[in-house]
Design a protein around this ligand. Structure first.
Ligand code: SF4
Length: 287
């Protein structure tokens, strides 16, 4: 079978994930083990690689059992209670919260404090229970309202002032539609587009990439919310888009002779994984 294969030049880890993984690997050069509070990246293949180096994922309940130890806080960030717990238990924190998320946490906290007098509500467009979203809700003493889609808009109390923020990896178009619906019911609503610029840029370039190939192999862990958003985006412009986690999952029934295959992934998909699939396809189609 003859195929032309290209890796999306913009795919690969985002800066926040690169930084967290680098810090974990630096630490593990001198220590046999490091606890990560939650998965450092939503990608089982990359997690397995880091596990072999000594990275161990633990839950917040397990952190409560630790004393005089070291934990890593991943790029998604954590609510203030986590840092208080670490202080109480004399745990050193390697804080890998992405600077973009850190700034967002500060904005959410400042806006919540400012709007308290006028009974204002902080609304976060995001996935309920997602670590980054939990970290944001934690800036408001648990008061922020999280909505995952426009369908949930009635949960907002429109008799009170509203300030809207977004989880950094949400779909920019959906955020704009949600903001329009909110402004239609509360024209003075404060709208803060806090989608990560790297993610927003990737949305634009990914559409062009998916349109320029006959087949798209989208590589991502199943738990990645950014993976779900970007996969749906590719699918919306190229019906022959397939989700996979590793080369072994490629179904050759997806491919036809002469296809131009595009390989891309989420912000939690390492470049080496895309390259592995590229080499695998080249190898198989050579023989
Ligand atoms: S997607 Fe953006 S905000 Fe989120 S971790 Fe990556 S660089 Fe940071």
């Amino acid at each position: 079978m003859k195929l032309t294969v290209e890796i999306d030049p913009r795919s690969g880890f985002c800066n926040g994930v690169v930084r967290a993984v680098q810090q974990a690997e630096n630490y593990l050069q001198y220590s046999p083990r490091l606890y990560s509070l939650g998965a450092i990246v939503h990608n089982s293949v990359e997690l397995e690689r880091l596990k072999k180096k000594g990275l161990e994922i633990i839950s917040i309940a397990e952190v409560a059992e630790l004393h005089h130890d070291v934990i890593l806080v991943r790029a998604h960030g954590e609510p203030p209670e986590t840092y208080e717990l670490a202080r109480r238990n004399d745990i050193q924190v390697i804080d890998c919260t992405c600077p973009v998320v850190l700034r967002l946490q500060e904005r959410v906290r400042a806006t919540w404090q400012r709007l308290r007098e006028s009974q204002g509500q902080i609304v976060i467009f995001g996935k309920k229970g997602h670590a980054e979203v939990n970290g944001l809700v934690g800036q408001t003493a648990g008061e922020a309202l999280v909505i995952g889609s426009i369908a949930e808009i009635d949960a907002i109390d429109f008799s009170r002032p509203v300030a809207l923020f977004s989880q950094t990896t949400k779909d920019p178009d959906e955020f704009r539609r949600l903001a329009d619906c909110i402004r239609a019911r509360r024209p003075d609503a404060e709208v803060y587009d806090t989608i990560c610029r790297q993610v927003a840029q990737r949305h634009k370039s990914l559409v062009a990439f998916a349109e320029s190939h006959s087949v798209i192999l989208f590589v991502s862990g199943r738990e990645s919310s950014n993976g779900k958003v970007l996969f749906d985006l590719c699918r919306s412009v190229n019906a022959r888009t397939y989700w996979l986690e590793n080369a072994a999952q490629i179904d050759f029934g997806w491919l036809k002779d002469g296809d131009s295959v595009g390989i891309c992934g989420a912000t939690s998909t390492p470049k080496w994984q895309l390259e592995e699939i590229f080499l695998y396809l080249q190898d198989v189609t050579k023989s």
